[in-house]
Design a binder for this molecule. Structure first.
Ligand code: HEM
Ligand code: HEM
Length: 188
């Protein structure tokens, strides 16, 4: 993952690194859009169980609607990943493999989370009205037999996603603060 800061080739951008070492614009925009959505959706999901009364319905609706939006943005992101240029990594093989593994698992759990949440909600008998506007077709309908299994997948996946995020931020801090290389600028 490590890059040496390259300050000489940035005349056309504000970035301190060469454009070839940065992720393309679409990848950067999708990265930060998903980051903002996840950083709002995850805590909202967690606090729902502590919210009492009618207002909890608003928490459910906002959490579920933002979560469902993440699913569609992630599908775009996967499409983008398949076609977008990937800037080269020149760090040791072990670091490249670790980064690829964490990034790959983040992709997997960012699909598992919204799909399990959506199906669990359907299975418990609550169809999603996206942002209160669009009734989303339920592929399974009310299915009490599998509802709690789907809820458990959603809950466990939430903690795996949190673990992956902590590793991700740990790696970013390691590169930026300790090693002082240009990894962070690749995505800015
Ligand atoms: C990437 C997207 C999502 C993330 C990161 C996320 C995250 C979370 C988290 C952290 C929790 C709390 C788990 C716990 O209690 O320990 C949760 C609960 C929940 N989520 Fe999601 N979620 C996402 C998408 C969705 C979607 C799309 C739906 C439904 C359409 C949904 C429905 C629910 C429901 C019903 C709960 C249970 C709330 C309760 O009664 O405690 N989630 N979610
Ligand atoms: C909030 C602060 C965040 C920072 C500072 C940050 C920083 C970075 C950096 C520097 C990279 C490039 C790593 C490299 O080139 O090896 C990157 C890539 C990546 N980040 Fe983040 N990130 C953040 C949040 C998130 C969140 C919330 C997620 C998902 C839950 C995420 C998922 C990813 C993924 C999957 C990649 C790989 C790029 C791709 O293939 O799309 N990041 N991030």
């Amino acid at each position: 993952m490590s890059q040496t800061l390259d300050t000489g080739q940035s005349s056309t951008t504000d970035s301190p690194i060469s454009p070839t070492l940065r992720y393309p614009g679409t990848t950067r925009i999708l990265h930060w859009l998903i980051a903002v959505l996840v950083l709002a959706t995850w805590p909202l999901g967690y606090v729902i169980k502590f919210v009492k009364g009618e207002v909890s319905l608003d928490f459910y609706l906002i959490h579920e609607s933002l979560g469902f939006l993440i699913l569609w943005v992630m599908l775009l992101r996967i499409g983008n990943k398949l076609i977008a240029r990937k800037p080269p990594h020149d760090g040791p093989a072990i670091e490249r493999i670790a980064a690829e593994a964490v990034h790959g698992l983040l992709y997997v759990f960012l699909i598992v989370m919204p799909v399990s949440g959506f199906l669990a909600t359907n299975a418990h008998g609550f169809p999603l009205k996206w942002f209160g506007l669009i009734e989303v077709w339920s592929p399974i309908g009310k299915s009490p037999d599998i509802a709690w299994t789907l809820s458990a997948i959603h809950e466990w996946s939430a903690f795996i996603l949190l673990g992956l995020f902590v590793m991700h931020i740990g790696a970013v801090l390691f590169h930026h603060v300790l090693r002082r290389d240009a990894t962070l600028y690749r995505i800015l």
